[in-house]
Design a protein around this ligand. Structure first.
Ligand code: UPG
Length: 478
C-alpha cells in the first residue's frame, strides 16, 4: 500500500536540504508516475529499429565549417556517478587508467619510482588541452558532479587551473533526492549513515541541474552555441570538429552519436522509432521487458548502440529549459536497490531515475549520427578497464586512446575481479597483452605476473593460481 504522505515527506525533505525547485517538481512528476504503476517499458512490438542515419565517416564538411562550429562548442562530462558496480565509493573517473606518456609502466614489478598513472579526469583534460592547442578553439570543459563526486573531483582538477575559460565554472552540481522505501514509498531513514538516505536522480537530472545552475545562459552569453555532453567514463568522446560542423549545418536541436553494436554492448541503451508517431525514442536496458532483451541486443535488427555522446544547440536547450522550467517530460526509470548498496540485508528502496538521452523524444527534429568505435570506449566493468589498460590501445601524445587491434571480449570471474580492489590486487604487475586475443575468459582466482600474453580464445579455468611472468595464455590455458 502506498502511504499517501510519502510524497509530501519527500518534498519537505528536499526543500529543507535546499534542493532546487525544478528538481523537486521533476521528482514529484516521477513520483506520480511511480504511484500509477508506470513502468517506463518500451515494448518491441511498438517500435521499429532506427537504421537510416548519416555516418560520420562519409560526411563532407569543409575544414572551415568544422573549425567554426568547434570554436563555438563547449564540452560537458557527466561525472555524478560512483563506480558502485565496481565496489567504488568515489567517482569512477578518479580511477587510474593508463601510465602517463614517458613514465615507466612498472610492469616488471621491480623496485624503483612508481609509474605515474593518469585517471579518466587527467586524460579528459589532456584531450581538451590538446584540441585547444591544435585548433585554437576555446573549448570550455565543464563537469556535472553529484554531492558524492564533487569534492574529490574538484580536488583532483586543482592541478589544471587552465581548464576554466571565460569566467565559466568548471562544474555545476546535480540534485539529490530521497531513496524511497519499497514498501510504502516514504523517504527511508538510515541512521547508520544518513548520506545513504539520498541518491542522485540519474543523468536525466542534467536538465533540472542545468536550469538551476544558469550554465546554458552563461555559455550563450560567452558566445557558445553548441554543447557536446558525454560520460566521463568514455574516453572516446574527444572534441570533434567534423561532428560539430555536421551538427551546426544540420540545424537540429539535438543529436545522439550511435555506434555499431558489439557483443560487449549490453549495459546502456539504444534509439528506436515509435510506431505510433514516428518519433525517435530511447530504450534503456532498464526499460526493456525481459521478453524483449534478446531482440534488443540483436545487432541484425537493432544495429546501433547509444553512446550517450550528445550534441545540443544551446539556444534550443535554453528555450526548452525556459518553457518547462527545467522539468522535461522524460520517462521514469525505476531502480530497485537496498539502502546500503554494500549490505543486501538493508531495507529495500526504490530510486527514481531518468536518462539524459531520453530527451531525444522531447526535441522536435532531434537526430542521430553513426560514429566510429573510437568514439565509444565505455568502462562499466573491470572487464572493460582491463582492455583499456592493455596494449590494445596506445595513448597518443594528444591523449587519444588509439586501438591497435580489435578489442577482445574479456570475461573475468566475478567472484574475484568484479570489485576494483580484487581486480587491482590480481593485476598489480600490469595488464596482460591482449592484442592477439579474440577473447579472455578467466574462471578461478588467478594472479597475473608481468609480461603475460593472451592469444586467440584465451581461457583460464580451475581454482586459480599464479600466471607466471612472461606466460602465454591460449585456448587451453597456460
Ligand atoms: N551519472 C551522473 N549522474 C547520475 C548518474 C550517472 O552524472 O545521477 C554519470 C556517470 O558518472 C557516467 C554517466 O553518467 O559518467 C553514465 O552513467 P552509467 O550508469 O555509467 O551509464 P548508463 O546510465 O547505464 O548508460 C548511459 C546511457 C545509455 C548509453 C550508455 C553508454 O543512458 O543510453 O548506452 O550510457 O555507456
Amino acid at each position: 500500500m502506498t502511504d499517501p504522505t510519502g510524497l509530501e515527506q519527500a518534498r519537505t525533505k528536499m526543500t529543507e536540504a535546499g534542493v532546487a525547485p525544478a528538481a523537486i517538481e521533476t521528482f514529484t512528476r516521477f513520483y506520480h508516475l511511480l504511484q500509477s504503476g508506470e513502468s517506463g517499458l518500451v515494448r518491441e512490438d511498438d517500435v521499429d529499429p532506427l537504421v537510416d542515419i548519416p555516418n560520420r565517416a562519409e560526411l563532407a564538411i569543409s575544414d572551415d565549417d568544422a573549425a567554426d562550429a568547434l570554436a563555438r562548442t563547449a564540452m560537458l562530462k557527466l561525472n555524478g556517478g560512483l563506480g558502485t558496480s565496481m565496489g567504488m565509493d568515489q567517482a569512477k573517473s578518479l580511477l587510474p587508467v593508463r601510465v602517463a606518456p614517458g613514465s615507466s609502466d612498472g610492469a616488471g614489478g621491480s623496485a624503483g619510482a612508481e609509474p605515474e598513472m593518469l585517471t579518466f579526469l587527467d586524460i579528459i583534460v589532456g584531450q581538451v588541452r590538446a584540441a585547444r592547442e591544435a585548433t585554437g578553439a576555446r573549448l570550455p570543459l565543464l563537469f556535472m558532479n553529484s554531492f558524492r563526486t564533487r569534492d574529490d573531483s574538484l580536488a583532483a582538477l586543482e592541478r589544471y587551473p587552465d581548464i576554466a575559460v571565460d569566467g565559466l565554472p568548471v562544474d555545476f552540481l546535480q540534485n539529490r533526492e530521497p531513496k524511497l522505501l519499497a514498501d510504502d514509498l516514504t523517504p527511508v531513514t538510515w541512521e547508520k549513515d544518513p548520506d545513504l538516505e539520498w541518491c542522485p536522480p540519474g543523468h536525466g537530472d542534467l536538465y533540472p541541474a542545468l536550469h538551476a545552475s544558469g550554465v546554458v545562459v552563461a555559455l550563450l552569453k560567452a558566445g557558445f552555441r553548441y554543447m557536446c555532453v558525454s560520460n566521463s567514463d568514455n574516453l572516446g568522446a574527444t572534441p570533434d570538429a567534423t561532428i560539430a560542423g555536421w551538427f551546426a549545418a544540420s540545424g537540429a536541436p539535438y543529436a545522439a552519436e550511435l555506434c555499431r553494436k558489439t557483443p560487449a554492448d549490453v549495459k546502456g541503451g539504444q534509439l528506436v522509432v515509435r510506431k505510433s508517431d514516428g518519433r525517435i525514442v530511447q530504450r534503456e536496458t532498464a526499460q526493456t521487458h525481459p521478453d524483449d532483451v534478446a531482440v534488443s541486443l540483436d545487432a541484425t535488427r537493432h544495429p546501433f548502440f547509444h553512446t550517450n555522446n550528445l550534441w545540443f544547440d544551446l539556444e534550443a536547450l535554453a528555450a526548452e529549459l525556459e518553457r518547462t522550467s527545467g522539468v522535461l517530460e522524460l520517462p521514469l526509470i525505476r531502480n530497485d536497490k537496498t539502502v546500503d548498496p554494500a549490505d543486501p540485508s538493508s531495507p529495500k528502496v526504490v530510486q527514481i531515475e531518468s536518462a539524459m538521452g531520453a530527451a531525444v523524444a522531447v526535441f522536435e527534429g532531434a537526430t542521430a549520427i553513426e560514429v566510429e568505435r573510437s568514439r565509444f570506449l565505455p568502462v562499466k566493468t573491470t572487464n572493460d578497464l582491463l582492455v583499456l589498460r592493455s596494449d590494445v590501445y596506445d595513448l597518443t601524445p594528444d591523449y587519444r586512446l588509439e586501438a591497435q587491434a580489435l578489442a577482445p571480449l574479456v570475461d573475468l570471474d566475478k567472484d574475484y575481479y568484479k570489485l576494483i580492489d580484487g581486480f587491482t590486487q590480481r593485476f598489480a604487475a600490469g595488464a596482460p597483452s591482449l592484442r592477439d586475443a579474440d577473447s579472455l575468459t578467466v574462471r578461478g582466482d588467478w594472479t597475473f605476473g608481468s609480461g603475460v600474453r593472451a592469444e586467440g580464445k584465451a581461457q583460464l579455468a580451475g581454482d586459480g593460481g599464479t600466471v607466471p611472468d612472461g606466460a602465454t595464455i591460449g585456448p587451453d590455458g597456460i
